[in-house]
Design a protein around this ligand. Structure first.
Ligand SMILES: NC(=O)c1ccc[n+]([C@@H]2O[C@H](COP(=O)([O-])OP(=O)(O)OC[C@H]3O[C@@H](n4cnc5c(N)ncnc54)[C@H](OP(=O)(O)O)[C@@H]3O)[C@@H](O)[C@H]2O)c1
Length: 252
């Protein structure tokens, strides 16, 4: 799909990695819908930046874990643009969920945003894509879909579910709609990470550096354009998934 003059919605599209995806799509000529939950000011700033690139932009608040809010967002987008051609499910909650626990609330919050969110959003926007006969959906995963991370049970399970949904939606929505996923490695540290954590993660990658949110955005654009690719995953991780295989003789 040529993104020029198409309409793209990015969940969590106002800040950080989501913002980079929004702006890359705008740079490629797509009109952008910026879904946000708490980052209202950032959403307006990102919309202004997108408009400065010569496309239309709309910031829409919605908690993706709430089906009524997602339906309301879809109605607002339908009014303005008549639907979307591209959906990027990027919203996520990176929260520790130690296990076992007596507090089940963090589990429900993380899985509601990470599993129910893309389910509700895809459910809301896929019918319009099917009616048009074309659409592209890109889900943003994490390496935790393939490996357990200590203290991140809900995050890991959510990303594994999103991987399964990627394959399942690719099947259910074919041939009109292609569904793929990007699995980033370290591209943007959470603000609370220490310099020591950042350095340890850098050393874990084969390329010995952090990537950037723009690296993830490039992979999203690849899937938008790749007409014969569906049900697939692209790792954008600097080789982090093989970092533990580095030869000890190289002194790292
Ligand atoms: N950063 C990395 O290095 C990295 C590595 C691997 C994978 N990823 C994946 O890439 C994606 C973006 O990462 P990030 O680091 O930019 O994430 P982040 O800093 O944790 O930002 C989370 C985003 O999700 C949105 N969000 C959270 N709850 C929401 C809800 N209920 N409804 C709608 N939006 C909600 C936030 O919107 P508001 O701010 O508006 O509330 C924000 O835009 C995530 O899927 C993450 O798992 C990132």
């Amino acid at each position: 799909m040529n993104p020029t003059n198409k309409v793209a919605l990015v969940t969590g599209g106002a800040v950080r990695v989501g913002r980079a995806i929004t702006l890359a799509l705008a740079r490629a000529g797509a009109h952008v819908v910026i879904n946000y939950h708490h980052s209202a000011d950032a959403a307006l700033e990102t919309a202004a930046e997108a408009e400065a690139l010569g496309v239309q932009a709309l910031a829409v608040p919605a908690d993706v874990s709430d089906p009524a809010q997602v339906e309301r967002m879809a109605a607002i987008v339908a009014d303005r643009f008549g639907g979307v051609d591209i959906l990027v499910n990027s919203a996520s909650l990176f929260l520790k969920t130690p296990f076992p626990t007596r507090d089940h609330d963090p589990w429900h919050r993380v899985t509601a945003i990470g599993i129910d969110g893309p389910y509700y959003c895809t459910n809301a926007f896929a019918p319009g894509m099917l009616a048009k006969g074309a659409g592209v959906i890109v889900n943003i995963l994490d390496l935790s879909a393939w490996e357990p991370w200590p203290n991140f049970l809900a995050h890991s399970v959510s990303k594994t579910a999103l991987l399964a949904m990627t394959r399942q939606f690719a099947l259910e929505l074919a041939p009109a709609v292609r569904v793929n996923a990007v699995a980033p490695g370290p591209v943007l540290a959470p603000p609370e990470y220490t310099a020591e954590q950042i350095e340890r993660i850098r050393r874990r990658t084969l390329l010995e550096r952090w990537g950037t949110p723009e690296d993830v955005a490039e992979a999203v654009l690849y899937f938008v354009r790749a007409e014969y690719v569906t049900g697939n995953v692209l790792f954008v991780d600097g080789g982090e998934r093989f970092g533990h295989r580095k030869p000890a003789s190289r002194g790292r």
